[in-house]
Design a protein around this ligand. Structure first.
Ligand SMILES: Cc1cc2nc3c(=O)[nH]c(=O)nc-3n(C[C@H](O)[C@H](O)[C@H](O)COP(=O)(O)OP(=O)(O)OC[C@H]3O[C@@H](n4cnc5c(N)ncnc54)[C@H](O)[C@@H]3O)c2cc1C
Length: 366
């Protein structure tokens, strides 16, 4: 039986561990903190993407579109519908016009209902659609994996060394067949051109029935509900990123040095930006506090958020995409192992000539 050591107790590490265990493999998951989902997986906008966010990247749309329905099937209690979920393309400020946006989403096979901009309490909008995107429930996800992974969790245990050996791999001296680095590049980095982005989202208290409003595509902003029906996150493409770092360590230092003055300055800018499209924002919402995290992003102008897996010897490293692209990671890892272990099948001689000889003899005897 293969033995896997997984580094990182976020969505990726937990889902990979759960899937490998379900297949009967032996698994240990190492998480440096005392609880799961302590980093990016517990500090984000909690949106179960379907692809509507990614007008400029087809692979991300397709992975999200497919991943979303699989996610609902596999983890039915860990997300909930958002009753009124609006994606809107503003006049002038978007990188794509509304007709192009609608065409891209239609051709991806995404379902939506168009909404007349005049029927929404929004301003400066060229066109809008209502989608069935959902919101993730962090509290339930954390407790689901804490209880289902139970005895394979090694909490409060930061991994320090992973050494590739000819047979297997050693994690802090313990032998495994494979190691999976699911730390989103925080343990050893990923063998791809990436940067680390410290981020600031803002939590707000607001009316329970307020719609999710996402302005697309480009340097825009969104307000999205959370698992608490009066709590929302406000995110902004220009004002949420707090820098662009070459290493995870630099990004952690930048995140940990954020001051209340910086939060206040960004809050003003983000409220000004959302008020351009949601004019009642300042009257309806009350600032509740900041949320800090780090994103690991590939370089490039197309907004690629798809998931990639790399293999070096017996170590896999995962460049995570969105939360609903977790399925891709584990399937890719299994496919790489199967290709390596089942490689002998490729050297089986063809039986076609035997078939030709057999059928020829049969025909000659007729
Ligand atoms: C501001 C923001 C908003 C986002 N919004 C969304 C959204 O709405 N929807 C969506 O789908 N995605 C969103 N994302 C992306 C989403 O958060 C990530 O796709 C997802 O959390 C990645 O999960 P992960 O398990 O790879 O990483 P993480 O959740 O960061 O988990 C990595 C884990 O590895 C652990 N670790 C690191 N080093 C070690 C070590 N040496 N030993 C042991 N453990 C270690 C960490 O403690 C951490 O728990 C957002 C991200 C950010 C930052």
């Amino acid at each position: 039986m293969l033995k896997f050591g997984i580094i990182g107790g976020g969505w990726y590490g937990c889902h990979i561990a759960s899937s490998l265990r379900a297949l009967g493999f032996e698994v240990k998951l190492f998480e440096q903190h005392d609880r799961l989902f302590h980093e990016a997986s517990g500090n984000n906008q909690f949106r179960l993407h379907q692809g509507f966010h990614y007008a400029r990247h087809s692979a991300t749309r397709v992975q999200s579109r497919d991943g979303c329905s699989r996610f609902i099937e596999r983890y039915p209690g860990l997300s909930a519908p958002v009753a009124n979920n609006i994606y809107a393309v503003p006049v002038g400020d978007s990188l794509v016009d509304y007709d192009t946006y609608r065409l891209v989403m239609t051709s991806t096979g995404l379902h939506f209902d168009e909404v007349a901009a005049s029927d929404l309490d929004l301003t400066n909008i060229a066109g809008a659609m209502r989608t069935s995107e959902r919101v993730l429930n962090l509290t339930r996800a954390r407790s689901y994996f804490e209880s289902s992974l139970g005895d394979c969790l090694r909490m409060g245990e930061p991994v320090r060394t992973v050494v590739n050996a000819s047979e297997g791999v050693e994690i802090d001296g313990e032998r495994f067949d494979f190691a999976i680095d699911a730390s989103w590049g925080h343990f050893e980095g990923v063998p791809a051109q990436v940067f680390y982005e410290p981020t600031l989202l803002l939590y707000y208290e607001g009316p329970p029935d307020f719609p999710a409003v996402t302005l697309v595509d480009g340097p825009l902003c969104s307000i999205y509900p959370t698992e608490i029906d009066t709590l929302y996150t406000l995110s902004s493409v220009p004002f949420t990123p707090l820098g662009r770092c070459d290493t995870a360590g630099e990004a952690r230092a930048a995140r940990d040095e954020v001051t209340s003055a910086l939060v206040e300055q960004r809050r003003m800018a983000m409220e000004r930006q959302i008020s351009r499209y949601v004019p009642g924002f300042r009257d309806l919402f009350r600032f509740a506090g900041p949320q800090l995290a780090i994103k690991t992003k590939p370089h490039g102008a197309f907004d690629d958020r798809s998931c990639h897996v790399f293999q070096t010897g017996n170590v896999f490293s995962v460049l995570s995409g969105k939360i609903d692209t977790i399925f891709f990671a584990v399937e890719r890892i299994l496919a790489l192992i199967e290709a390596e272990r089942g490689g002998m099948a490729l050297h089986v001689p063809s039986s076609l000539r035997d078939d030709i000889r057999r059928v020829s003899r049969q025909v000659e005897q007729q």
